[in-house]
Design a protein around this ligand. Structure first.
Ligand code: PLP
Length: 394
């Protein structure tokens, strides 16, 4: 008789986005003359830059020729893309990476979830609350013990380690989804020192690093001294370059990351060569362009567009005297809504036809908070904020 992994039955049903989508659908059907402005989406809306699309098209056409055809590539990624990423890290953050420390994938979500293959199931996992649900669910699927560290207004939704915090692996996401909060250098140094002292591993999700404009803030955990001994970094082209549908990400596993004499870099290589057959060559050719100086400058224009929306939202919240995090170095703004977050969702939808995401969907500490995203147009963002101001000023 087949035995199922009954850890799956312990997962909470993910009602969040299906429920918000259903509510929006029902409202739109009932009031077709009142279009809803969607500020809940975490997906990009600006197309790929033409240079990327051209590189993908050219590589695709080449696949129909004898010279341009590519079969299986290296599971860990093409050297041309690993080198382009290494050059980007050096240029941007002064971080030196070796080619073999960079593993190309089809996105950060799968890597974040799959990396846990390397760890025994009796590890204790430290997870911030509120959180990007993948960290939690992927570990719950393996029946692992979870310890939550609370984000709140007092710590600016940037939980820190404390004396007595027991755990083996911690997930940090900066700039954060959903709160938009960003760890500064001192805070990350505290985490790195704590991890090194206590034999902990930091799984650092830098998916939104490109939204950081403040030069004092770190983009990569490897800007912090000591991180190469305790951290892995996941990143993605999804938000950096609009690859949510194209799919490409990468994971950095430093060679110094050694536990009990075992190299995590070697273990991840072994895992990937066994369970992954490489990212599409065509996509990797497109991704290579993103990391050129010209390509990145073009991508940053799109990011600047989204950040302008975030600024519009932040200004509105400032004017209304509402406490928030994010919105400056992030596409997400997370604010105190002063009531049950689902009630607030219904109020925005029904009274001003603006849809966001209730904070409670990201964890218990999200109750009383609300997330808006910057991935809409300027026109819609301005209109949404105009209505928002009128409603909340009442
Ligand atoms: N990490 C965080 C924090 C995210 O918010 C997301 C997507 O929303 C991802 C990773 C997923 O990235 P990818 O599209 O590369 O799988």
């Amino acid at each position: 008789m087949v035995k199922l992994n009954d850890n799956f039955f312990k997962l909470k049903e993910s009602y969040l986005f299906s429920t918000t989508a259903r509510k929006i659908r029902e409202y739109s059907a009932a009031f077709p003359d009142k279009p809803v402005i969607r500020m809940g989406i975490g997906d990009v809306t600006i197309p790929l830059i033409p240079e990327v699309a051209d590189a993908i098209a050219e590589a695709g056409k080449g696949m129909a020729t004898k010279e341009g055809f590519h079969g299986y590539g290296d599971e860990q990624g093409a050297a041309f893309l690993q080198d382009a990423i290494a050059a980007y890290y050096l240029r941007k953050d002064g971080v030196a990476l070796k080619r073999q420390e960079i593993f190309i994938s089809d996105g950060a979500k799968s890597d974040v979830a799959n990396f846990t293959d390397l760890f025994s199931d009796d590890n204790v996992i430290v997870i911030p609350d509120p959180v990007y649900p993948v960290y939690l669910d992927s570990n719950m699927m393996l029946g692992r013990k979870i310890v939550f560290i609370d984000g709140n207004r007092e710590n600016g939704f940037l939980p820190m380690p404390y004396e007595g915090l027991e755990g083996d692996i911690v997930y940090l996401c900066s700039p954060n989804n959903p709160t938009g909060a960003v760890y500064n250098r001192e805070q990350l140094k505290t985490w790195v020192d704590f991890a090194n002292k206590n034999g902990m591993i930091i799984l650092f999700d830098a998916a939104y690093e490109c939204f950081i404009g403040d030069e004092t803030l770190p983009h990569s955990i490897f800007e912090i001294e000591g991180a190469r001994k305790c951290a892995v970094e996941f990143c993605s082209l999804s938000k950096t370059a609009g690859f949510t549908g194209t799919r490409c990400g990468y994971t950095i596993v430093p060679e110094e990351l050694v536990i009990d004499g075992h190299s995590l870099n070697k273990m991840w290589l072994r895992r990937q060569t066994t369970k992954y057959n490489g990212t599409s060559y065509v996509v990797q050719k497109g991704a290579e362009v993103v990391f050129t100086e010209k390509g990145m400058a073009e991508c940053m224009k799109n990011i600047a567009y989204y950040k302008e929306n975030a600024k519009i939202m932040a200004k509105t919240l400032d004017e209304l005297g509402i406490w928030y995090s994010g919105g400056v170095n992030s596409p997400y703004i997370w604010f105190e809504c002063g009531m049950d977050s689902w009630q607030f969702f219904d109020m925005l939808l029904n009274e001003i036809q603006v849809a966001g995401t209730p904070g409670s969907g990201f964890g218990k500490c999200g109750e009383g908070y609300f997330r808006l995203t910057a991935f809409n147009t300027h026109e819609n963002t301005l209109e949404a904020m105009k209505r928002f101001k009128k409603l909340l000023a009442k």
